[in-house]
Design a protein around this ligand. Structure first.
Ligand code: KMH
Ligand code: ZN
Length: 303
């Protein structure tokens, strides 16, 4: 019997966590390249990439900021490169789309709706509250809006339309699946859809098993066999969400963009640790980790 192949994506640095939150966050082009290559060697078929200013760690969406590490990754690994169009919540969409427009990667991210984007659940060091909102106050850093209007989404789709790029379609709530169905109906995005369901961010859907089941049920109903499901759990929900989704037939994303942790109260020192942890879950369930070429076939990428 052939084993199901599970695609691991590793998001190595992101834009939300800051260097002051963890000394292990990749910042320079060398660190980002090493983190991506290490993650790929450990089993990630896809690496999701943001760039940062090496001087201060701030997100940097200029194509020139991406090219040093993209070159190294291309030389040293056959993994699938996925470039963010999310950038950082402070950036406008025209700036955010530039690296994907310029490099025409196999995959780029596409965020399916505007939302309050609270970091708090990612930082709570595994304290167990009954609900994430039981903390008496929200930090100022939680008071941000991630803007992805219908016109922003359309702009990204049209800007990248000729590139053959497929999208990692970031869905932070159930409504985002309906927004995807809307753009699919208008013919602006073609199946198979690579749906990345994001759980456990304050402002989006929670991380309860019922939330995971509802997301999958809704995607199944809207897209049938025309989508490939992946999940990411923010902060402490990273591995529980991964375990649930792998058992339910999904693919997974890990990486320091999504969680700085490897265990309760213990910072991950590398992205590799998180890839290995999720790999263990996949293999313990009798499944196989997809290679980059497996993932190209499953996601129908241009290669
Ligand atoms: N930070 C993640 C929750 C993007 O880069 O487009 C979602 C993300 C957004 O990866
Ligand atoms: Zn990202």
């Amino acid at each position: 019997m052939t084993k199901r192949k599970v695609i691991i994506t590793c998001a190595v640095t992101g834009a939300i966590h800051t260097p002051s939150m963890s000394p292990h966050l990749p910042i320079t082009p060398e660190e980002i390249a090493d983190a991506a290559i290490g993650a790929a060697e450990a089993g990630a078929a896809v690496v999701h990439l943001h760039a940062r200013d090496p001087q201060n760690g701030k997100p940097d969406q200029r194509p020139e900021a991406f090219s040093p590490f993209l070159q190294v990754i291309k030389q040293r690994s056959g993994c699938i490169v996925n470039i963010t169009t999310g950038g950082a919540p402070t950036m406008l969409v025209a700036e955010r789309v530039r690296p994907a427009q310029h490099f025409k990667p196999e995959v780029a991210s596409l965020n399916m709706g505007s939302m309050n984007f609270g970091l708090y659940p990612m930082l709570n060091r595994f304290k167990t509250f009954k609900h994430d909102w039981e903390e008496p106050y929200l930090r100022e850093s939680d008071d941000r809006i991630f803007r992805n209007t219908f016109r922003d989404i359309e702009f990204i789709l049209k800007t990248c339309a000729e590139n053959g790029t497929r999208f990692e379609i970031e869905c932070y709530d159930i409504g985002h699946l309906y927004t995807l169905a809307h753009f699919a109906e208008r013919g602006l995005i073609k199946p198979p859809f690579f749906v990345q369901s994001v759980f456990g961010l304050l402002g989006g859907i929670g991380h309860h098993p019922e939330d995971v089941a509802h997301m999958k049920r809704t995607a199944d109903r809207l897209f049938g066999d025309q989508y490939r499901w992946s999940v990411l759990g923010a902060g402490r929900s990273q591995l529980p969400i991964a375990a649930m989704a792998v058992a339910m037939g999904g693919n997974v994303r890990v990486g320091l963009e999504d969680s700085l942790w490897i265990a309760p109260g213990k910072l991950a020192e590398t992205n590799v640790q998180q890839v290995r942890a999720v790999r263990q879950i996949i293999e313990a369930l009798g499944l196989e980790v997809a290679t980059p070429d497996d993932a190209r076939e499953i996601l129908e990428l241009k290669g």
